[in-house]
Design a protein around this ligand. Structure first.
Ligand SMILES: [Fe+2]
Length: 268
């Protein structure tokens, strides 16, 4: 099977800045090291947005440093904490479509991965929610029409589905109905994978299998319903490994336990 590594919600900060006491760069580095050590045969590393915490150029520069020696090709898209212009100025060679969005179509073995850019910078919709404008939906429609026989994995930051975390559900993909209708019209779409929620979740929406990835850094606490908004907890970070072939798409969720200081027992 063909292997890809998937990360989301890195939230890279400027040097010295932490999130609930955690250093996102150290967390991402530890997760990336582990992933590359165990999976040197990965064909692609996909990052599903919230690359940085505030979209500041200094944060993208730091991410660029962290990815410099990555031996696996990296393809990224953006989330609500990103800034599209700052991203492309730090990564001028990054995948982007003809309209300037961080979207890409990757053929991996017999499968196709479509990365969608759900960052909404229009100021029209709910802050932090995702949106796919007509230009982005047209891009998706054309890519799906071009490869009807390739089993397709869709990767994007904002889930178009509810998760049971009310606060996150309010800032999911705004135009979820239009997007899901488009997917329904293309049965080669087998699986959807998203970030945004910072917790490993899987489900099924009207026959479409979906998964959400952990962040390598801070996680969403298990407070379903109205209590779940705006909290973060220091639980083990994670990433995912996708195994793809013509019939099967498998997503393994892998935790990364932060390294303990030297001398600290694992039983203490
Ligand atoms: Fe995030």
């Amino acid at each position: 099977m063909h292997k890809c590594l998937l990360f989301s919600d890195l939230h890279i900060t400027a040097p010295g800045e932490t999130i609930i006491g955690l250093d996102p760069s150290a967390r991402f580095s530890a997760a990336l090291d582990q992933a590359l050590r165990h999976h040197p045969d990965a064909r692609q590393l996909l990052i599903l947005g919230d690359l940085t915490h505030t979209g500041h150029p200094q944060e993208y520069a730091r991410l660029r440093d962290l990815l410099t020696d990555c031996p696996v090709p990296v393809t990224a898209t953006l989330g609500n904490h990103d800034d599209r212009a700052a991203y492309f100025s730090a990564f001028p060679g990054a995948a982007r479509d003809a309209n300037g969005f961080a979207q890409a179509a990757l053929d991996i073995g017999p499968c196709r991965v479509l990365l969608l850019d759900t960052l909404d910078e229009s100021g029209v919709h709910t802050r932090h929610a995702g949106y796919l404008c007509d230009a982005r939906l047209d891009w998706l429609r054309a890519r799906l029409a071009k490869a009807p026989d390739r089993p397709t994995l869709i990767a994007m930051h904002h889930p178009p589905v509810r998760t049971g975390f009310d606060g996150m559900d309010r800032i999911r993909l705004c135009n979820d109905a239009a997007f899901l209708a488009l997917l329904r019209a293309h049965p080669q779409v087998r699986q959807l994978v998203c970030g945004h929620v910072h917790r490993a979740i899987s489900g099924n929406h009207a026959g479409l299998a979906w998964s959400i990835l952990k962040s390598p850094c801070h996680q969403m606490p298990m407070l379903l319903g109205a209590d779940g908004s705006g909290h973060s907890v220091d639980e083990p970070g994670g990433y995912a490994i996708a195994l793809l072939d013509a019939e099967t798409m498998i997503l393994h969720a892998e935790d990364v336990t932060p390294a303990r200081p030297v001398g600290q027992s694992s039983h203490s």
